[in-house]
Design a protein around this ligand. Structure first.
Ligand code: CP3
Length: 344
């Protein structure tokens, strides 16, 4: 079984091959020397916007490690950028946008039409990748959730706890809803475009869901994700990743998504016990593990694999993106341990 078949079997809850498929978020990134070499010449945004370079960067980890799937090299922030808010990385870390949303007029000025035209570079990258990966490896597209994107758009970048966004959502709900509507409109078109490029699944990142108090969970976050799921072409399974507790995962499921990405703070076995048996669960080793050593990675990976043994709907993943301090020997150990594992 090759990576693509394995991934698609797991996402249908029918993987009886002997091991789960494996891929890793931010497979690219500062921990790979070949990525850092490209970063000497180009900025992150330049690489994202150049389909040949974005394809090369997406494929870099697959050249080193026999992973089963690739996630396109891009960012959730391409949507705000296409709507009129340029972004860059602060040299000290974190995101900085050129403008932040301050008034209702700023929201009205955002452009949510013709997103596919403005994000034609992502379309080109996905088509190149589909060609390169063929049937050997699965290809994932992605986007940010309306709530998570609104957080960055209102704060104008990374911000501890996103306090301005929370204040706006509580005090000016009408214009906040208007913002979520405009982001959703852009995302519906973006998801459709990605689906047409032949991706195997699309992941929606609701990275800041944990900031929504229980009473607002549905109004601020989940309602909008449900709308995206309902408006997406049925051909592409949607995986929702949320930084949330096991208790909340059932709620996330009610969006109608095909699968859940589980953060490393949740216990994956508990999640499995409390959710439908065949619901694909993706996760959830702690990314910090990748900064230890090969032996520790082997032990922890085997522990998770044993816990999830015989689970036909498990996709092995880190519980969040791989960090810049990750060691290559740790990735090697993760891949080797998984590939040599037999569920049977
Ligand atoms: O996994 C991949 O290789 C695919 C591409 C991918 C990136 N970002 C590339 C990237 C994906 C799926 C994302 C998602 C993303 N981007 C999210 C959702 C997931 C999450 O992390 O919760 C968010 C919130 C963003 C926005 C973003 N992009 C942040 C907060 C950062 C870190 C900024 C920093 O200074 O640490 C990024 C940077 C980023 N996006 C990198 C990569 C490979 C690192 C770039 C670099 O350092 O060169």
């Amino acid at each position: 079984m090759n990576g693509r078949t394995l991934f698609n079997a797991a996402i249908e809850g029918k993987n009886h091959s002997g091991r789960p498929p494996l891929w890793v978020m931010r497979q690219a990134g500062r921990y790979l020397p070949e990525y850092r070499a490209l970063k000497e010449k180009y900025s992150f945004v330049e690489m994202v916007k150049n389909p040949e370079l974005a394809t090369e960067v997406t494929l870099q980890p697959l050249k080193r490690f026999p992973l089963d799937a690739a996630i396109v090299f891009s960012d959730i922030l391409v949507i705000p950028e296409a709507m009129g808010q340029e972004y860059a990385f602060r040299p000290s870390g974190g995101i900085e946008m050129k403008v932040k949303l301050k008034t209702d007029a700023c929201i009205e000025a955002l452009n949510s039409s013709q997103i596919s035209e403005r994000l034609a570079y992502v379309e080109k990258t996905l088509k190149l990748l589909r060609k390169e990966l063929g049937n050997e490896h699965a290809l994932l597209g992605f986007c940010g959730s309306p709530w998570t994107l609104a957080c960055y758009m209102i704060e104008g970048g990374s911000a501890e706890g996103f306090p301005t966004t929370i204040k706006w959502a509580k005090e000016r709900p009408e214009s906040f809803v208007r913002l979520l509507e405009k982001i959703s409109e852009a995302l519906v078109e973006y998801i459709k475009m990605q689906a047409e490029c032949g991706i195997d699944a699309l992941q929606i990142f609701d990275s800041w869901q944990a900031l929504c108090p229980d009473q607002y969970l549905w109004d601020w976050s989940l309602k909008w994700i449900k709308q995206l799921v309902q408006n997406s072409p049925g051909s592409v399974p949607i995986i929702v990743y949320a930084n949330s507790s096991v208790n909340r995962l059932q709620e996330v499921c009610n969006t109608g998504c095909a699968a859940l990405g589980v953060h490393h703070s949740a216990n994956l076995l508990d999640a499995r016990m409390s959710l439908p048996k065949n619901l694909p669960l993706q996760g959830n080793l702690n990314p910090e593990l990748m900064e230890t050593d090969g032996e520790t990675v082997k032990v922890e990976t085997l522990k998770l694999l044993d816990e999830m043994k015989m689970d036909p709907a498990h996709i092995l993943n880190l519980g969040h993106g791989i960090r810049p301090g990750a060691k290559i020997e740790c990735m090697e150990s993760l891949v080797e341990t998984t590939r040599n594992y037999s569920m049977n």
